[in-house]
Design a protein around this ligand. Sequence first.
Ligand code: LMR
Length: 342
Amino acid sequence: MKMRNITCLAGMIFFIFCSGCSKRVVDLEQVNPEEKIVIKFSHVVAENTPKGMAAQRFAKLVKERTGGRVEVQIFPNSTLYKDGEEIEALQSGAVQIIAPAASKLSALDPQWQLLDLPYAFDNEGSVHKVMESQIGNRLFNGLKQHNIQALAFWDSGFKQMTNNVKPLVNKEDFKGLSFRVMINSQVLKKQFEYLGSRPVEGLFSNLYYDLETCRVNGEENTLSNIYSKKLFKVQPYLTISNHGYMGYVVMTNVEFWSELPEKVRRVLEDTLLEVTKWEREQALKMNREGLEQVVSSGLVQVHYQTEAEKKEWISVLEPIYYEFIKTYGEEMVSFIEQLNYK
Ligand code: LMR
């Protein structure tokens, strides 16, 4: 472990055009350019993740089902736009689909932080119920005023804690450590503050580097990200805490979507529905496999949180709920609680 810390310290066209008044992107290489529809799908994670694989599956099925008329081009790994750039790129029509973590939408509508509340959900099913309820509808509809149309809700899964100093078992273990948090979520920042550590906002594209060079000591993420981005290679301690949930809002530009031919839009919607089901299964599977791979690497000491430790973390983190309720009212939180007990 010492060696790792030492290393850690030492390391420090397509021609596209928007055709006049229409935001549709046209591939000029095609014989009939006006017929062809190109959809740029930008995301920040690796291809071998639930989101990365689902984007590829969506592209393949759409190509088949539209006879090649619609081409979905995927730009993974923040190659086109990073955290903090993606949303603007979607609004301006530079890309047509993105799927950021819901936490990152909190700058547009802070109520998305509901999903960041620690230990709010027992399982993915509870999250899906919330997203299919009037609360989910309200969150989705709230994006329209920002020229964003929400299309689907995908799972990343439950987050785990990693760091490069010590096993995270009790609150005291967090003392003096810094943790990267996703951009825009005050709830996530508070989570680490209540645990006695220092939250530092950071881009996903910088995460490996920030951990390798010890800009921060740790982070929270789903196992598919911890594995696919090789974070486990620079994070020797992992706590399986399932303390928070992370999901993705697949979204498009309102104008772009409304200008699509009806038939095409229907194919895209039906395909997304089908891919969403598949993506959720992949998320469960890939998080399970991610843990197996991380364990078998032999590089990581894994701690499985006990029920007693979970109770302790919950009591430390409870004030976040009261603060959230004070700001946004009780309705959203009590709705989640009801669902968890069903
Ligand atoms: C993160 O920033 O850690 C995640 O939101 C990345 C992702 O999209 O899964």
